[in-house]
Design a binder for this molecule. Structure first.
Ligand code: FNR
Length: 185
C-alpha cells in the first residue's frame, strides 16, 4: 500500500508559496503516496487546561496525524523562526503528556521564502522541535526554496526544470525514508 503523508503547511495566506510548494510535492508523489492536508488555522491557542478535556479541533488534528504513516512540514520562516500558527499546531498535537501524536513518525521539512537564505533558520528550529518529539527526520537533501514569481503556480506546476528535478529527488528520498523508518502506528 502507498503511504499516507499528513502535511502541515505553516502559512494560512491566500496564494501562499508554501501551499503551492506542498501541491507541487503532492504532484511529484502522485501514485506513490497520498497527501492529507492537516487544517491548523482553526485550532485554538494551546492551553494546558486542554489536557483535562481536549478541544475537538485538537482531537481531529491528533487523529489525522496518528493515522498517517509520515508527516511533512512545509513552512515559511517568520522572524527567523517557525510561524506561531505551526508551533501552536505542533504543541497541540504533542499533548497531553505521554500521548503525543508525533512520536516515532518519520518526517521531512521543507520551506519556501522570497528571501535568499529564507527558511534555513526556521527549518533548523523546527528540526530541534522534531528531535524532542522523537521523530526520525530526513537529513538530506535539505531544501530551501528561494521563491521567485512564477516558480510554482496554484496547481503545483513547477516552471523550472532544475527545481522540478531537485524536488523530485527530495520526494523520492522521503518516500524511501518512510519505507525504512515507518510502521510505528
Ligand atoms: C516574513 N518573511 C520572512 N522571510 C524570511 O526569509 N525570513 C524571515 O525571517 C521572514 N520573516 C517574516 C515575518 C513575517 C511576520 C512575515 C509575514 C513574513 C517573508 C516570507 O518569506 C514571505 O512572506 C513568504 O511569502 C511567506 O510564505 P507564504 O505565506 O508565501 O507561504
Amino acid at each position: 500500500a502507498t503511504p499516507t503523508i499528513a502535511v502541515l503547511v505553516g502559512s494560512l495566506r491566500t496564494g501562499s508559496h508554501n501551499q503551492a510548494l506542498a501541491h507541487a510535492l503532492e504532484k511529484l508523489a502522485a501514485g506513490k503516496a497520498s497527501f492529507e492536508y492537516v487544517q491548523i488555522g482553526d485550532l485554538p491557542l494551546y492551553n494546558q487546561d486542554f489536557d483535562k478535556d481536549y478541544p475537538a479541533e485538537g482531537l481531529r488534528l491528533k487523529e489525522q496525524i496518528k493515522k498517517a504513516d509520515a508527516v511533512l512540514f512545509v513552512t515559511p520562516e517568520y522572524n527567523r523562526s517557525v510561524p506561531g500558527v505551526l508551533k501552536n499546531a505542533i504543541d497541540i498535537g504533542s499533548r497531553p503528556y505521554g500521548h503525543s501524536a508525533f512520536a516515532g513518525k518519520p518526517a521531512a521539512v521543507i520551506g519556501a521564502s522570497i528571501g535568499a537564505i529564507g527558511t534555513a533558520l526556521a527549518q533548523q528550529h523546527l528540526r530541534n522541535i522534531l528531535a524532542y518529539l522523537d521523530m526520525p527526520v530526513l537529513g538530506q537533501p535539505e531544501a530551501f526554496i528561494h521563491f521567485k514569481e512564477g516558480l510554482i503556480d496554484g496547481q503545483g506546476t513547477i516552471s523550472n526544470e532544475g527545481t522540478r528535478d531537485f524536488l523530485q529527488g527530495f520526494v523520492d528520498k522521503f518516500l524511501a525514508w518512510i519505507a525504512t523508518h515507518g510502521g510505528q502506528h
